[in-house]
Design a protein around this ligand. Structure first.
Ligand code: VGL
Ligand code: ZN
Length: 201
């Protein structure tokens, strides 16, 4: 078991990001077995869950004439338009059936405000609205984080970079992550994580 200040953060291992899902990440389901195995080593485990209302501003379907994977400008800046995914209460928003959710001390939901997306587990895409996770980790004395899950180049990378900026020691285990990888987003995310001081393992 790792020391008491260490936490495993499992990002968005949900059906819609796995093969057959609405925003499927290639090999997304392959992260489940290594993540379940890692849980046994950590004294604390947090899961995140992408959790959108069906009128969410990140869905291309809510912008007539626009298509998934186009960019638009929202009040807080540029935003990728996604296929409708992880709608609250649907099977697509549920965790992968084989993910061991019993080990989770905390499940943090994000992206539930209709007008703002949330890739990071710490801040929404305006970079200022907090999710509350920082307070949870700090009040439990968890200062050393290992991140795994989906997708490497969006929610995992944004979470890792925010965590490093907030002063956590952060490692991403890439073999327990999979990427969307659109327009070079994976190599950009890896560069940005390294610049932010995140360890890529
Ligand atoms: C994610 C795009 C939209 C992710 C969530 O979990 O990486 N990506 N919503
Ligand atoms: Zn989403």
């Amino acid at each position: 078991m790792r020391p008491a200040n260490e936490c495993l953060i499992v990002i968005d291992v949900q059906n819609d990001f796995c093969p057959g899902g609405a925003l499927a990440v290639e090999g997304g389901d392959q992260v489940v077995a290594p993540i379940n195995a890692l849980m046994g080593d950590f004294p604390a485990v947090v899961l995140t869950q992408d959790w959108h209302p069906d009128n969410h501003a990140s869905f291309a379907a809510n912008h007539p004439g626009r298509s998934p994977f186009e960019m638009i400008e929202l009040a807080y800046g540029p935003q990728v338009l996604w296929p409708t995914h992880c709608v609250q209460g649907t099977g697509g928003a549920a965790f992968h059936a084989s993910l061991n959710t019993d080990r989770a001390d905390m499940i943090i939901r994000k992206g539930f405000r209709p007008g703002i997306d949330s890739y990071s587990a710490f801040f929404e895409n305006d970079r200022t609205t907090p999710t509350g996770l920082d307070g949870y980790l700090k009040t439990r004395g968890l200062d050393t984080l290992t991140l795994v899950g989906l997708a490497t180049d969006f929610c995992v990378a944004y979470s890792a970079i925010d965590a490093a900026r907030l002063g956590y020691s952060v490692t991403v285990i890439e073999s327990a992550c999979r990427a969307i990888d659109m327009d070079g987003s994976l190599s950009a995310a890896r560069d940005n994580m390294e610049k932010a001081g995140v360890t890529l393992a």
